[in-house]
Design a protein around this ligand. Sequence first.
Ligand code: IMP
Length: 200
Amino acid sequence: MKLVIASRNQHKVTEIKAILGKISGLEIVSLNGYAVPEIIEDQETFQGNAAKKALETAKHINETVLSDDSGLMVDALHGAPGVYSARYAGAGATSRQLCEKLLRELKNVPAARRTACFATVLVVADPRKILHTAEGKCAGLITEDMRGNNGFGYDPVFYFPPLKKTFAELSPEEKNKHSHRRRALENLLIQLKPKFSGGH
Ligand code: IMP
C-alpha cells in the first residue's frame, strides 16, 4: 500500500517516515511531485481540519493520504489558541510573536493554573472515506518567559515537566521522543500494523 503524506514540511515527512517506516509493505511518499491546490483549514477542531485535508487531497491525487493537524490548548484560555495556533498573532507570525502574545494573555495567571497541552490528530483517508484517526497529546505548563532556541512555534514557552525543560531546550531527538506528533503516530502505528502481514 502507498501512503502519501499531505505535507511539504520536510521535518514532518522525516518524522512520519521514521515511525511508520517500521511497517513493511507500506510505501510512504511525500506530496512533492503532486499538484494539489491549497486546502483551507477552516474547521473548528483538529479532527475536522485533518479529515478535510486528508479527504480532499486523496480525491485530488486518487491515492491514500495521511494528514495531520496540531496546536496548543491552554486551560486558562479555555482551550485557545487551539485550531488558531498558527494564526494566533496574525498571519505569518514568528515563533517569538506567538510566544509573546501567549505570555501577554497569561500575564496574571499563577503558575498552578498555567497548564496546557499540545495535541495532534492524524487522519488517513482514501478518495471515498476516512480509514483511520489517531490522536496524541502532550501535557505541560506555560512558562513566564521564553527559554531555549530549538524547535518552532510555542516550543520556547512550553515546559515539559518529565524532562524539566521547555521543548525549545530539548534536542530535536529528545523532543521527537515525547511529542504529541510522536504519540499520535504511535497510536496510528497500532492501528495500521495488523493490516500488514509483514509488520513487526
Ligand atoms: P500544524 O498543524 O502542525 O502545522 O501546527 C499548527 C501550529 O500549532 C503551528 O504553526 C505551531 O504554532 C503550533 N504547533 C504545533 N505543533 C507544535 C510543536 O511541536 N511545537 C510548537 N508549536 C507547535
